[in-house]
Ligand binder design. Structure first.
Ligand code: ITT
Length: 199
């Protein structure tokens, strides 16, 4: 099935396609649709729904919205829903490596390194019809970046079960345990169940 994902982040689309190779995913940019959505929600779910509904209202076809981020309890949940914008200067987002260093600097004297990724996905089928899936992945913030795989905070996120950072994992390893992998595998089932209504 061809499905539109309301995102400007190509890394998300790459992971969606790896986990659900039976579908083709398109961004608004791929379809020349402008996606200038301001994230004003106070939860991942509000933002994921907001993104999906914004594009649904333009195309009138099923849309997936995704909002994700890294929460650090010792930083009161930061960066959380502000993960993409963390440390931004005058609205200009930091590059991934600079933002990772910004986080490490904030945590320099913090012993409690616990953190978790969150991924919320919303499948919108109509203005009043939508399905929400939210999943997490637990880990620890490292003392320095390790690995160059993945994207975003992956090099500073250590997974105890895997014994490495998400930046050191192969895509298959990351997708099998990640917040997005877990949410996508539920989304896969949901799409299967709703296929007849998504044509
Ligand atoms: P869209 O809003 O256009 O989808 P975005 O990158 O701004 O793209 P979010 O607002 O959901 O998306 O922010 C998510 C940020 O959280 C993302 O930019 C990364 O910095 C971080 N993040 C999310 N999932 C991640 C993952 O699997 N690995 C590393 N960092 C991740």
């Amino acid at each position: 099935m061809d499905i539109v994902v309301a995102t400007g982040n190509k890394n998300k689309i790459r992971e969606f396609s790896q986990i659900m190779p039976e579908h083709r995913f398109f961004t608004p940019a791929d379809l020349n649709i402008e996606f200038d959505f301001e994230e004003t929600g106070s939860t991942y779910a509000e933002n994921a729904l907001g993104k999906a509904m914004y594009i649904y209202k333009k195309i009138g076809k099923p849309v997936i919205g995704e909002d994700s981020g890294l929460s650090v309890p010792a930083l009161n949940g930061e960066p959380g829903i502000y993960s993409a914008r963390y440390g931004a200067v005058n609205g200009v987002k930091l590059a991934d490596d600079v933002r990772n260093q910004y986080l490490l600097d904030k945590m320099k004297d913090i012993k409690d390194r616990r953190a978790f990724f969150v991924c919320c996905m919303v499948l919108v089928l109509g203005e009043y019809r939508y399905y929400v899936i939210q999943e997490t992945m637990d880990g620890l913030v490292t003392l320095k970046p390790e690995g160059s795989g993945g994207f975003g905070y992956d090099p500073v996120f250590y997974h105890e079960g895997a014994g490495k950072t998400a930046g050191e994992m192969t895509p298959e390893e990351k997708n099998s345990i990640s917040h997005r992998g877990r949410a996508c595998s539920k989304m896969k089932l949901l799409i299967q169940a709703l296929a007849g209504e998504m044509k």
